[in-house]
Design a protein around this ligand. Structure first.
Ligand SMILES: [Zn+2]
Ligand SMILES: [Zn+2]
Length: 229
């Protein structure tokens, strides 16, 4: 996770077909515990579950606020898929101590701050990492793995949903498109010529090994990009 979006995990290299300008897009870590990757995974999971639920009867027996499936699925996604602390809540770090903001329920829900040693901070975080293969969400009835493939599409069709999208998964939005939605800028347009850059090569592995691959030298990656970020 500490290597997320640095060259340590390898990268995609895009090149401009007109001027040869190169951009490195470092790979992400895909860890659920990573604030950035965790958010993307949560959004995907929420879309998948809502897609399966759509058109079926929603039944919740835990209070009025859960009557809206979108609210409930997003709420569950936030608590089961996301990192325990968003990056923006960390307000100070000097290598030895960490200061972070949290909602203080003992003080009526207002924002409070705590300063702890780095080791204590890591200790508090890792307590929230579930064991390997531990299912954070259990599915029941039509949605459990055993029945979903066989009966969910039939159930949705019986309830008037035209396409049998029971097991369908929404297409994930490509990285460049998500970046454009977030920032308003397409990161894969050449900054000089404003034409789409093309994927030149995908590099895997730690940075030291990437440097030794011949394809890297052939591409002539700019010197500014030759050191890990
Ligand atoms: Zn160009
Ligand atoms: Zn990550």
């Amino acid at each position: 996770m500490l290597s997320c979006r640095t060259a340590a995990l390898g990268c995609h290299v895009y090149a401009c077909p007109k001027c040869g300008h190169c951009e490195l897009v470092p790979h992400s870590c895909k860890s659920r515990f990573c604030p950035t990757c965790g958010k993307h995974a949560t959004d995907l999971w929420t879309d998948q579950v809502l897609n399966r639920l759509w058109g079926l009867i929603w039944y919740a027996h835990i209070g009025a606020s859960l009557l809206d499936p979108r609210f409930s699925v997003r709420y569950i996604g936030r608590y089961t898929k996301r990192a325990v602390l968003a990056e923006y809540r960390i307000t100070f770090y000097d290598g030895r101590t960490v200061r972070f903001a949290f909602r203080d329920y003992a003080a009526g829900g207002r924002t409070s701050f705590a300063t702890v040693s780095v080791n204590a901070f890591i200790g508090r975080l890792v307590r929230h990492i579930p064991g390997k293969y531990f299912p954070m969400v259990r599915y029941a009835g039509l949605f459990c793995n055993r029945w979903r493939r066989r009966y969910l599409a039939q159930a949705q069709a019986a309830m008037g949903r035209k396409e049998s999208g029971g097991a369908s998964v929404p297409e994930p939005v490509p990285w460049a498109e998500r970046q454009e939605q977030l920032t308003g800028t397409n990161p894969l347009l050449c900054p000089c010529c404003h034409v789409p850059m093309v994927l030149a090569v995908v590099l895997f592995g730690p940075w030291e090994q990437i440097q030794s691959q011949p394809s890297t030298r052939v591409l002539g990656i700019p010197a500014a990009l030759r050191t890990p970020g």
